[in-house]
Every structure is written in structure tokens, then in C-alpha cells.
Design a protein around this ligand. Sequence first.
Ligand code: C2E
Ligand code: CA
Ligand code: CA
Ligand code: CA
Length: 278
Amino acid sequence: AKHRGRNTWCFFEQRMTERLRERSSLQRELAHATKRGQFELAFQPRVHASDGALSGYEALLRWRHPLHGNVPPDVFISLAEESGLIVSIGEWVLREACAQAARWRAAGAADLTMAVNVSPHQLRHAGFAACVQQVLLETGWPARQLELEITETALMEDPREVAVLLHRINALGVRFAIDDFGTGYSSLAYLKTFPLHRLKVDRSFVQGLQVEGSDRVIAASIIALAHALGLEVTAEGVETADQRDFLREQRCDELQGYLFSAPISAAQCEAWLTQKGI
Ligand code: C2E
Ligand code: CA
Ligand code: CA
Ligand code: CA
């Protein structure tokens, strides 16, 4: 058994080494992905809970690698975070998302919001506020219609400094949403110190809505408390009509999930917009 145990261990060690090698090779490739044109944005529609009308999109990054195929964001975003590449990649995402939104606006989609994910590393980077300002200027996308999604972890790492930064960017008109809300450790009372516009109820609570009584209570409480603090609420990962109905009853403001649409390409968005006559 001991022998077997050792073999198993060797096997794991080998796999681990392979994984590490794969990660560092992916990391090298990531450094070239932008200029090789391997990045693309997908856009997931967000709808008003009350009537199902389109309220905007969340931009989600896709990496199409010629050999590895589609590398999942959960894999390459963490690689980009570790290496600091997320700063330049994130800037690309922001510029591309705003430029795309501005083109749709020119074509008639007037009041949509574009939501862009911002990672903790990006937020800590000294040039971030200037970058946001620059992108808005270049693309002509209205600051009011840009929403930056950040996680609780990003806020809590250095709350005082982050609060100053967010206030500075918020002064431009840009809004902030807390992503994956409920999975971190922040209290709602504490969140009051940041200029926030929205909470996004994490998918894990939405997924548990039918089966778990406790998830219903958590989701309902997040919505009620957020409203009491003057924040809007978006539920993410809505997949079923039952989930939608419950969230609507609880007066959740916006819904996002496969029930309405998966993330789609820019071309598909345009087709959606024309079809809906927006
Ligand atoms: P997130 O910001 O929480 O994005 C939502 C994720 O849930 C997306 O996965 C989306 O495709 C998926 N999703 C949407 N609706 C449903 C649904 O109804 N059911 C299920 N099961 N999933 C749904 P995706 O695109 O794979 O992105 C994963 C994560 O990678 C994102 O989570 C975000 O944290 C990160 N990410 C993606 N793009 C960017 C980016 O441009 N910048 C940064 N910093 N992070 C990004
Ligand atoms: Ca997000
Ligand atoms: Ca999320
Ligand atoms: Ca998430």
C-alpha cells in the first residue's frame, strides 16, 4: 500500500509539474494575446426585472487561442492578475467595450448601460482613474452609462485608498457595482462609505433559490437591505422562470442569466437590437 501511495504521489507531482509548466507557458502567450488579436468581447444582456426590457450589457472577455482553443476566463484572468498583465488587458477591455457601446448608440441604442469588470490589481494601479477618463474621452461613451464591477475583496484590501479612488472616478459620472455580492466578508453598513450604485447578487444564491430555503432568505435580505441603502440590485445567473418570478416578487431591479441570454458576440447584439427595434 505504501508503494502504491508513493506512485500515486509521483503521479500527482508529475501532473502538478505539468500544470505549472502549462500555466507558465500560458502566461507567456497571454503577454502576446492582445497584439495578436486573440481577445474578443462577449456581451451578456441585462434586463429590467419589471418588464424584461433590455437595460444594458456586461462585457466579458474571451481568449481564443489558436492551439488551446477557448481558454476559460477563470483560468486566464487569474494568470493575468498574478503577472500584472491585467492592467493592459483590462485597459483593452474597457476601451473596446466603450467603443462598441458608442457604435451601438450611434445606431440608435440610446440609454443602455455598459458594465465592465475591473480586477483588484487594476484598481491598485496608479494610472487607473486617468485611464477611465481617457477612454471616455476617446470613445465619447457617456460616463453615466458606464458601470464598473468590482468585488468585495478589491474594496476591502485597502478600504481608505479605494474609497478615495472610487469617489474620484464617480465624480466623472461613472457608477460602481459590487460583483458576486454575498460571497465576501463586507457588511452592508461598511459599504456605505463607498460611492456604490448597485449590488449584484451572486449566482450561487440565485441557483439555490428553488431548493434552499436559506438562499431565498439571503437573496431577499440582500435586495431589501440594498434598497434601504438606496442601491439597485441585479441578480446574476438567472436560469429558470421560477427564479425570475421569485426575484421579481422581491423587487429585484435587474436580471441577468441564461434565461434571457448567454453572453453573445457583438454581431449577435446588433441583430438583437435591430430585431427588438431598439
Ligand atoms: P462574473 O463577472 O461573475 O461574470 C458572470 C459569469 O457567469 C460569466 O462567466 C457568465 O458567462 C456566466 N453566466 C452568466 N449567466 C449565467 C447563467 O445563467 N448560468 C451560469 N451558470 N453562468 C452564467 P465567464 O464569462 O466565464 O466569466 C467568468 C469570470 O471571469 C467573470 O465572472 C469575471 O470575474 C471574470 N472576467 C470575465 N471577463 C473579465 C474582464 O474583462 N475583466 C476581469 N477583470 N474579469 C473578467
Ligand atoms: Ca461581473
Ligand atoms: Ca458576478
Ligand atoms: Ca463570478
